[in-house]
Design a protein around this ligand. Structure first.
Ligand SMILES: Nc1ncnc2c1ncn2[C@@H]1O[C@H](COP(=O)(O)OP(=O)(O)OP(=O)(O)O)[C@@H](O)[C@H]1O
Ligand SMILES: [Mg+2]
Length: 421
């Protein structure tokens, strides 16, 4: 095993020290500090290669970049060729997933220059550089005093930019750049792997889930073709087919939403808005549906609530999903309460219902993709994706979601979101 590891280490060193990248070729003398950094890189690379969760992987890469270059901060911006945009995907100083979507203009940023020129760059004083995207300093609250950025190249195409800013006690050197290029090459392979894994994992689950409705449709088609069914049975089968087609269609769109969120390519559109107004809108959406089912629908929101910074549309989707469940898993004559209150620097929003409830042993499973409570599966249609979407949105906003529930008594979902002062 040890022999295997040292062989790997040697091959790795040889690979990077003889890498055809011209920036590495420029070096003909290898200083001890560079060897130390490569040594660090070898350890990091083993760690990166085994990480398949894209968000964790990206955060490991930025931490590694910051460590090997001894910089204050590091970030990864991903390039979306379809939209021709560049946006933050991970950074050592971004505590929530929210700033992930922050778009950086291609034309007016050093990162944009790197994408266009496919070249690394060291900038000693970004404030004096016309390419520097000034607004980023105020958004992140960090003044950029020095910067080193490299393109992340996969099969000759730029997939993103890895940047380190503010070298501790000096300026970024050619050696830092060499080490970053080596890290960038390793990071790109790991990002490609993780994206492929995520896709195959999600596709596998999706295919598994659509098997049941597809086989129901298949069986119904065969029976209809065989002419062995009377008119009444025919009508019943067509109804079943209609319901299965609807289920497939719902599943496809819900799945697409979730896949987008989990792929790490979701770009949030962040604004500051009134959470009070948003919750009132959600209340209005469900009001008539609750009245049709004689459900008492209460709105318990104080006149003033702090504002929230986030993606309004996505948060609306999250509360809509929760209210949709509160109606769906309720019964005629039941009750729903949408409540909100402010606490310290948080807004706490709860959706309570007097419905079917969730057995204790299944409560920890319901946020998993496709999971549906056993006793509900034959009673109420659903894809089992709604809560996964809610959880992803809420955690990306730096919030949390919990629940309390009792069978045949009801359920309360509580969402805590960071609020503005
Ligand atoms: N308010 C609730 N009361 C009782 N059970 C619930 C409630 N909310 C969710 N559940 C249970 O958790 C499961 C997962 O919920 P989720 O919203 O993810 O999926 P779904 O409602 O089945 O489908 P979808 O929301 O995609 O239409 C549900 O199938 C249901 O069994
Ligand atoms: Mg649901």
């Amino acid at each position: 095993m040890i022999r295997l590891l040292s062989a790997y280490r040697e091959t790795w060193l040889k690979f990077y020290l003889s890498s055809p990248q011209r920036y590495l070729m420029k070096k003909n003398k290898t200083k001890p500090t560079l060897i130390n950094s490569y040594q660090k890189l070898i350890n990091i690379s083993c760690d990166l290669a085994s990480e398949l969760d894209l968000n964790i992987l990206l955060s490991k890469i930025v931490n590694a970049a910051s460590e090997v270059c001894d910089s204050e901060e590091a970030s990864i911006l991903m390039f979306d060729p379809a939209k021709n945009t560049l946006y933050f995907q991970a950074a050592t100083n971004l505590d929530t997933g929210l700033k992930r979507g922050l778009v950086v203009p291609l034309e007016e940023s050093i990162a944009g220059w790197i994408v266009k020129n496919q070249e690394p760059v060291i900038v000693d004083d970004p404030q004096k550089d016309t390419r520097h995207f000034n607004s980023i300093d105020s958004i992140t609250n960090i003044k950029t005093d020095s910067l080193l950025g490299i393109p992340l190249l996969s099969k000759g195409k730029v997939i993103g930019v890895l940047e380190v800013i503010n070298k501790r006690g000096g300026k970024f050197t050619q050696e830092d750049q060499d080490v970053m290029l080596a890290l960038g090459a390793q990071a790109t392979v790991a990002i490609d792997n993780s994206r492929l894994f995520l896709q195959s994992d999600l596709i596998g689950e999706f295919v598994h889930q659509i098997r049941t409705p597809l086989s129901a449709l298949n069986a119904a088609t065969h029976l209809l073709k065989s002419n062995r069914v009377d008119d009444q049975q025919k009508k019943k089968m067509i109804d079943i087919m209609e319901a299965e087609i609807e289920a497939l269609s719902d599943m496809s769109s819900a799945f697409l939403d979730l896949a987008r969120l989990q792929s790490g390519r979701k770009q949030y559109s962040v604004t500051e808005f009134s959470i009070r107004e948003l919750l009132s809108e959600c209340y209005d959406i469900f009001y008539s549906e609750t009245q049709q089912q004689a459900i008492r629908f209460n709105l318990d929101i104080p006149d003033t609530l702090p504002r929230v910074t986030g993606d309004r549309k996505q948060l609306k989707q999250a509360f809509t999903n929760l209210l949709n469940n509160a109606v769906k898993y309720n019964h005629e004559g039941g009750e729903i309460t949408l409540k909100a209150l402010a606490k310290k620097k948080q807004v706490i929003i709860s959706v309570s219902d007097s419905g079917m409830g969730i057995p204790e042993d299944e409560q920890s499973l319901i946020f998993e993709k496709f999971y549906r409570v056993r006793s509900h599966r034959d009673l109420v249609p659903g894809t089992g994706l709604g809560l996964s979407v809610v959880k992803q949105i809420v955690t990306d906003h730096g919030g949390a979601i919990t629940l309390t529930s009792e069978v045949n008594v009801g359920t309360t979902f509580t969402v805590t979101l960071p609020a503005d002062k």
